[in-house]
Design a protein around this ligand. Structure first.
Ligand code: KPL
Length: 303
């Protein structure tokens, strides 16, 4: 573990799933102090998480009783998209007016209806790490890249020590493009794996499932071309999705994992978000709409 950087911020992590746990681990390794925010301010627990990374002893993430009083200046937000509003609500009064929020979530539009402090800064991150959590054991299937950024060319001071520990972390001042590229792949792979109840690679059947991927991707490219213009959108959503399905063939997508565990899925913030954009641009995405409706019906059954 490194010595704490000068003027190092104290980080709070909200959402101790797989990516949240991994982020907390890297923040601690970088020398920052870290607290984990429980889902309700009254429930303070200490956790020990086990990481199978080289040089890793079990990591203890202890919550401090004074968390309820101190202002939250740096928040690492990793709750599921559809849990964001509920999970953030109790902590909003504790957010410093100029807080930094790093939002590392699947989907888009998760903060749209939340009254964040006026001067807070949101930095988005998008990760292709393959990580999952089973009780207190974190499994790392693939350490890939995590892009993080806002529109600034210059990362904040805390980025450099974090980058030295956080495998595959890059600053990207064009983070919107990275997020849209991930969103569009998630919008093809996730709903279909959840509906067909198959691993990512089983979408590559040369038949019905691949045709369904093509239908979703074509509608999405039609929308993105309207939003970004022909010269800024390559309309290659199908090719990217096929390639990610091949690279992650053995993965259970996050949406299928949620469905199999009887949890709500992130469909509202993936294809649902695209449908809300389509409305603004006056286009319809019928196949996306039907996937959203079918998954919404399943979400209702799981509640
Ligand atoms: O991001 C993913 C997810 O499951 O949410 C993909 C890329 C589809 C990998 O499983």
């Amino acid at each position: 573990m490194l010595n704490p950087p000068k003027n190092a911020p104290h980080w709070h992590v909200l959402g101790l799933g797989s990516l949240g746990s991994l982020s907390a681990y890297y923040l601690l390794q970088s020398g920052f102090t870290v607290s984990v925010l429980p889902r309700a301010p009254t429930h303070l627990v200490a956790r020990t998480l086990h990481f199978p990374l080289p040089h890793t002893a079990p990591l203890t993430l202890s919550l401090r009783a004074d968390d309820q009083g101190i202002p939250i200046t740096h928040l690492w937000l990793t709750v599921k998209a559809h849990d964001t509003a509920l999970a953030l609500r109790p902590w909003l009064p504790h957010l410093a007016s100029n807080a930094t929020i790093v939002c590392l979530q699947n989907g888009m539009g998760t903060l749209d209806d939340i009254a964040l402090p006026a001067d807070c800064e949101v930095i988005y991150a998008s990760s292709t790490n393959g990580v999952w959590r089973d009780a207190d054991q974190i499994h790392i299937a693939a350490e890939n890249t995590t892009e993080i950024g806002n529109h600034s060319n210059t990362p904040p001071e805390w980025f450099s020590p974090l980058q030295q520990q956080f495998s595959g972390l890059h600053w990207n001042h064009n983070i919107d493009t990275a997020r849209w590229q991930k969103l569009t792949v998630n919008a093809v792979i996730n709903p279909l794996t959840a509906l067909y109840q198959c691993r990512n690679g089983a979408l590559l059947d040369g038949g019905e499932r691949e045709r369904a991927m093509e239908k979703l991707a074509n509608e999405i490219d039609q929308l993105c071309t309207l939003i970004f213009g022909h010269s800024n959108w390559q309309a290659d959503t199908l090719q990217r999705s096929l390639s990610i399905a091949r690279q992650t063939a053995r993965n259970t997508s996050s949406m299928l994992a949620d469905r199999l565990a009887g949890r709500s899925t992130e469909i509202e913030f993936i294809n649902g978000f695209l449908l809300r954009q389509a409305e603004k641009y006056d286009v319809v995405l019928p196949f996306n709409q039907s996937c959203v409706q079918r998954l919404q019906a399943l979400n209702q059954l799981s509640q």
